[in-house]
Design a protein around this ligand. Sequence first.
Ligand code: FAD
Ligand code: MLT
Ligand code: ZN
Length: 469
Amino acid sequence: VDSAFLEQIEAIVGPQGLVTDPIEAQSYLADWRGAYSGVARLIVRPSNTEQVSAVMTLCARAGIAVVPQGGNTGLCGGSIPDSSGDQVVMSLTRMNRVIEVDPLNDTITVEAGVVLQRIQDVALEVNRFFPLSLGAQGSCTVGGNLATNAGGTAVLRYGNMRELTLGIEVVLPDGRIWNGLRGLRKDNTGYDLKQLFIGAEGTLGIITAAVLRLYPQPKAVATAWVAIPSTHAAIDLIRLVQSQCGDRLTGFELMSRVSVEFVAQHIPGCKDVFANAYPWYVLMELSDTRADTNLSEMLEQSLAQAFETGHVLDAVVAASKAQVNALWALREGISEAQNHEGPSLKHDISIAVTQIPDFIATVGQRLAQIVPDLRLVTYGHVGDGNLHYNVSKPIELDSDRFKARADELTEAIYQTTAEFNGSISAEHGLGVAKRDAARRYKAPLELELMQQLKRAIDPNGLMNPGKVL
Ligand code: FAD
Ligand code: MLT
Ligand code: ZN
């Protein structure tokens, strides 16, 4: 590293603001799956917005590219520098202050490095609820949640990160600070600029803080683990439960048999719920703000009706908080469990809910023709039409041979998704993983407009280059 540049950065962030230990540096330079790794000129950890601004100004003048990073839990390589050694990684994790909680305005204002779970906890302390919920919530940050427009398991009821955000503060590529930290539900004064930065995966600026929506705290919750005969049954079941329980249906997750087997095998403490094996499972959750609502009874009634019509084969409604946690652990463990089964391909597609059964049947046939005996770890937030169509290698197939067919398999999945008018990324984003595929599957006019926006805000291409576009 050019020592004058290093000295200037250190003068801004202080010695604690630099990661110099090579071992410590590794956790900033590779993702948790070991799927992406890179080299950095410098890893910088500013502790406030002014420091972010000063670092960005310096990098802009020197023509040095910056890769923003939060908890580094992303699944598309967006937070990892390239292999040139030229890029600066900027980690926001020291910026972890909760700036303000306003229970009457139902808002919380936080710095970008605050871990998601902490926001949930702080909300509960003031008898409120922050609904974004995902497997990585103990380590992902609000900056990363915003930059990827994270989804998760409560989108069905509360929406994605976009819907949960009222205002943001951003440091632009040239170092200027845009303070858009407004806690307003209504603001029609022209373009909604915050939405440009949400979901931009760090390619337009550094998000340094946000004002998020809070909700009334659910006081009653009912959770069921349900065995179903087919994916058709899952779709019928969502609509049945919604028609009977309305907005109380907060989560509806689908899992293939293989997904559940992997978790039971690899995640300590997780075991299968039923003695028999079933082809598909659903994890369903109802919630209500009234503690005296008998949600278990409501859920049981819906399930009994679905049992009569053959949509449900077996079901259990959790009887204790420990059982609720055990059921969610079985769902949330899939990502990690799949890592133990050799190389896997992760996909994160969305299609109209009604098309899911046909999609799964069609794509399954096509993949079997490319590589027989794949283990299809198909699961996801099916209530939102979002499938994690993940593929693990056949037991008998050598890892390298499987990897050699990876592009072909992924292409078949994306091609089928396109035929079903779906999206190749529902919630994880493009990063580097889906950047090239997006060129093929997004309309040329959409890509052109995205390029124009990128040039307008980051004319020198210094914000997370090589990601998304
Ligand atoms: P990082 O991984 O550090 O970064 C992600 C992207 O955001 C990168 O492009 C990075 O450059 C950019 N970025 C980070 N911080 C900033 C900032 N302050 N300003 C500008 N850009 C920034 N995702 C879902 O949507 N739904 C799920 O259900 C879900 N489940 C998951 C389960 C597991 C077990 C794991 C490991 C991941 C899961 N993810 C899920 C993916 C991931 O956790 C989320 O995308 C999360 O929002 C990323 O946050 P992060 O702080 O780790 O961001
Ligand atoms: C999940 O919902 O578990 C993640 O978004 C999917 C994944 O890790 O592939
Ligand atoms: Zn997900």
